[in-house]
Write a new protein. Structure first.
Length: 278
């Protein structure tokens, strides 16, 4: 009966608003105490974590870090490949011959033989004797081919020789490999020849093996001994013989054909065939 009377007074006459406010205020500590267990439970879960959970979370973070590091390395490698491809494109645009981009896939284990293997072979039209370039200069020539790859003899090999001329003065000479990737040697050059340190040596085209005008090396040392008819002249290869990964295979004939791409005739100007880097 008391509850019914209070309901009627509250609904019709609004006589118990003050009482409700007072009771609500008085019961506030009780409401707060009622929420204490739940608050303590959430705080305990946030502050105190089991060792197994921490170990699991740590392993998960390590795995994610490894994935991110691998992606970072891959992106760095892709960026380097992109820069090298741009350099090769720039180099190929300066050539009159048809070229194919190839990837170096192997290096000779013989320390006395400077040879590399590229992933282009007879199916791509590669033949023995073709010149091989990187973005900086002449690397060597093809000495052996099969259907899928070819073996290249680098200019630094002691058995390799390139007919060259001094770009500045036109003096002709033979540039020999010395077995060192950073040193070549000009032979049978009179000490009166117009050659200076810093001169650029380019292929002369004599002998028909290498097309004319490719950068080969830069003169680094000239030494003349009294009474000797020839000067000792050393040069540094222009190509990055032990660092390049992508190279250009040069085709001198305009009517070059391959299994992947056939051209009846090449238009005037530069032509580049991308063989696809694997």
């Amino acid at each position: 009966m008391l509850s019914l009377a209070l309901i009627i007074l509250d609904a019709r006459f609004h006589r118990v608003d003050d009482m409700r406010s007072w009771i609500g205020t008085a019961l506030t500590p009780v409401v707060w105490l009622g929420h204490v267990p739940d608050s303590l439970s959430r705080w305990n879960d946030e502050v105190f974590t089991s060792r197994d959970e921490l170990v699991e979370e740590n392993e998960s973070l390590k795995a994610k870090l490894l994935i991110l590091e691998r992606r970072s390395i891959k992106y760095a490698s892709l960026a380097a490949d992109n820069i090298e491809l741009r350099s090769l494109k720039s180099a190929s645009e300066q050539l009159d011959e048809t070229v194919v981009v190839a990837d170096i896939i192997g290096v000779s284990p013989d320390p006395f033989s400077h040879e590399v293997i590229i992933n282009k072979g007879t199916r791509d039209g590669v033949t023995e004797g073709q010149a091989i370039l990187d973005a900086n200069g002449l690397m060597g020539q093809v000495i052996q081919t099969n259907r899928f790859n070819s073996r290249v003899l680098l200019v630094s090999d002691s058995s390799h020789a390139v007919p060259v001329e001094v770009l500045r003065s036109g003096v002709r000479a033979i540039l020999l490999g010395t077995g060192s990737v950073d040193r070549l040697e000009l032979v049978h050059v009179p000490d009166t020849a117009d050659i200076r340190e810093g001169d650029t040596l380019v292929s002369s085209g004599l002998g028909g093996r290498f097309p004319k005008g490719y950068p080969v090396a830069q003169v680094t040392l000239i030494r003349s001994e009294p009474g000797e008819p020839f000067a000792e002249i050393q040069a540094k290869p222009s190509a990055k013989l032990n660092r390049s990964e992508l190279v250009l295979v040069v085709f001198q004939h305009k009517g070059f054909r391959s299994d992947d791409s056939q051209e009846d005739s090449m238009p005037d100007g530069d032509e580049t065939q991308s063989g696809g880097v694997q």
